[in-house]
Design a protein around this ligand. Structure first.
Ligand code: FES
Length: 100
């Protein structure tokens, strides 16, 4: 392989890497703007308990799958509601709604 060919191949590889990086960065930027987690990761949803950063999807899944029936039970599992307590009314609503 001649020197010119090697340089052309290296330039091609750099250009290809630049395009791939730009595409990933653009996808990552969109994900951040949407506020969604990277592909394949669980979306915790909007924050319900700000003291412990516990999202609505995390709560509804725990209530549904673990049969949590009280804010205290949620607190034992996820810590939500165990600090300032301002999220407890919403935790109660989620329990009453059956975490649907
Ligand atoms: S917001 Fe949930 S304990 Fe403070």
């Amino acid at each position: 392989m001649g020197r010119q060919h090697q340089e052309a191949l290296a330039e091609h590889n750099r250009a290809e890497a630049k395009i791939i990086k730009a595409q990933l960065d653009q996808a990552e930027r969109r994900r951040v703007l949407r506020g969604t987690p990277p592909t394949g990761q669980f979306d915790a949803g909007r924050t319900v308990c700000s003291c412990f950063s516990v999202g609505i999807n995390t709560l509804t899944r725990a209530i549904r799958e673990q049969g949590l029936k009280t804010p205290e039970a949620i607190g034992e599992r996820l810590r939500a509601g165990t600090n300032c307590g301002s999220c407890i009314p919403e935790l109660r609503r989620l329990i009453v709604d059956g975490a649907t």
